[in-house]
Design a protein around this ligand. Structure first.
Ligand code: NAX
Length: 416
């Protein structure tokens, strides 16, 4: 019997609390995979970890969980790990600027990368959820240079799932009201009845929720979203700078970008249940599913991407996961059929510029004030200039934003 060694950092945090039952019930790595779970947290959380281990024991999970270790010993947690789920990080405090949060968190990620490098399995797959997720992932990989770059990813799936959920909500309410011009359907649309969307770029307010090619499966046939929603402005991509922060009823993209803030304001805590479910979906598709041809959003290294994003960045893209049992376990490919419209291309360039600034800031912090990444990844090639066509079915390459990036070090941290 194979036992998968899985380390979860931030094991006493709130996302972990929702994720652990999913893993323990076989809903992440599949019912046939036994998991040995190592929950790592920092010493102030040691008691909470102990309590979580007791709760796991009391939950009588049937078979998927082979064993659990709650620990503050980093080496024990990472020893031989085959999957690393990085939830652990320093939380945002009131009034904290992005640069300050970055300084705390990239230091943690550097340490986690060193642990991966020294103690994890040589084929360990790492998923970064902790914010700033994209730049954390870059720092993690830079400090674990002997692991393949394709083994590193960050979570943009939550934003993707939020967009699917909102599309379903809207389409089902139109169908229920019977106001769709060509569409008649009695059954509710389900998540599997939506395709053709992607979150591009950073996991931040600059992310690009792209609904330009969304289709619904209506009575067994895939139809453009407009068949149900009409030529609705709601589907149009709103400029990231125009996000009002009020909840975003007018545009889907605005609502997706604001979702984390709305939940944080209402719950006084950031999204945890949905973040755990998105983490499970990301890992399940990446590591356990047979190839389905399904396109999902995943934060991965840009190396070799067909969309013109510079090499050496970690960025959210449309990807398809490959056959993950056996030799190809953990494989994924860019979905090169995905086309960037001009609007998406322009906004992706802004998000990529933000990622480049974050990278510079992170490695400057880690190198004691010098922005040259002496311990960072190779610096990137220049941005490929857009050749997207005016009809919105461009050639899939990225344009440089006319307005460039904002200075992110003083930017308030978005609720993510
Ligand atoms: P919590 O603050 O509840 O948990 C974080 C845990 O990490 C705490 O228990 C803390 O003690 C621990 N920790 C801190 N430093 C550590 C270290 N060096 N080693 C191990 N553990 C350490 O946060 P939670 O709500 O669970 O969120 C976790 C992370 O996910 C945060 O960074 C959050 O911003 C991020 N998110 C990312 C999302 C995404 O889509 N990528 C969405 C959800 C979430 O906001």
């Amino acid at each position: 019997m194979v036992v998968l060694q899985v380390v979860v950092t931030g094991g006493a945090g709130q996302i972990a609390y929702s994720l652990i039952p999913l893993i323990a019930r076989g809903l992440v790595f599949g019912p046939a995979t036994r998991v040995h779970l190592r929950l790592l947290d920092i010493p102030p959380a040691a008691q909470a970890l102990e309590a979580i281990v007791m709760e796991i024991q009391d939950s009588l999970f049937p078979t998927a969980l082979e064993g659990v270790l709650g620990t503050t010993d980093e080496v024990r947690a990472f020893e031989g790990a085959q999957v690393a789920i990085l939830l652990g990080g320093f939380p945002r405090k009131p009034g904290m600027e992005r640069g300050q949060l970055m300084a705390k968190n990239v230091g943690i990620m550097k340490r986690m990368g060193q642990l991966l490098e020294r103690h994890a399995s040589r084929d360990c797959k790492a998923l970064v959820v902790a914010n700033p997720a994209a730049t954390n992932c870059l720092v993690l990989a830079a400090n674990a240079p002997s692991l393949p770059r394709k083994n590193f990813s960050f979570l943009s799936r939550l934003d993707h799932e939020r967009m699917v959920g909102m599309l379903l909500e809207k389409a089902n309410s139109v169908l229920a009201a019977g106001t769709a011009s060509h569409a008649v359907r009695s059954e509710r649309l389900r998540p599997a009845d939506v395709r053709g969307l992607c979150i591009w770029g950073n996991h931040s307010d600059s992310q690009v929720p792209d609904a330009s090619s969304v289709e619904f499966c209506l009575n067994g046939n895939w139809v453009p979203a407009q068949t149900i929603l009409g030529d609705s402005p709601w589907l149009k991509l709103q400029d990231a700078n125009a996000v009002a922060g009020a909840g975003g009823g007018d545009y889907l993209s605005e609502a997706v970008r604001n979702r984390g803030a709305v939940i944080l304001a209402a719950r006084k805590l950031s999204s945890a249940m949905s973040a755990a479910n998105a983490t499970a979906a990301h890992l399940g598709d990446w590591l356990c599913s047979p190839p389905t041809g399904k396109t999902v959003s995943m934060g991965v290294f840009s190396d070799g991407n067909p969309f013109g994003v510079p090499e050496g960045l970690v960025c959210s893209f449309p990807v398809q996961c490959g056959d993950l049992s056996g030799a190809n376990r953990g494989g994924w490919n860019f979905d090169s059929d995905f086309r960037l419209t001009e609007d998406v291309s322009r906004q992706l360039a802004v998000s990529v510029a933000e990622l480049e600034e974050e990278r510079e800031m992170a490695f400057s912090i880690l190198n004691g004030g010098q922005s040259t990444p002496s311990e960072g990844p190779p610096s990137s090639a220049p941005v490929v200039v857009s050749t997207a066509t005016a009809n919105g079915t461009g050639n899939g390459t990225l344009g440089r934003a006319a307005n460039g990036a904002v200075n992110i070090s003083k930017k308030p941290i978005s609720s993510l």
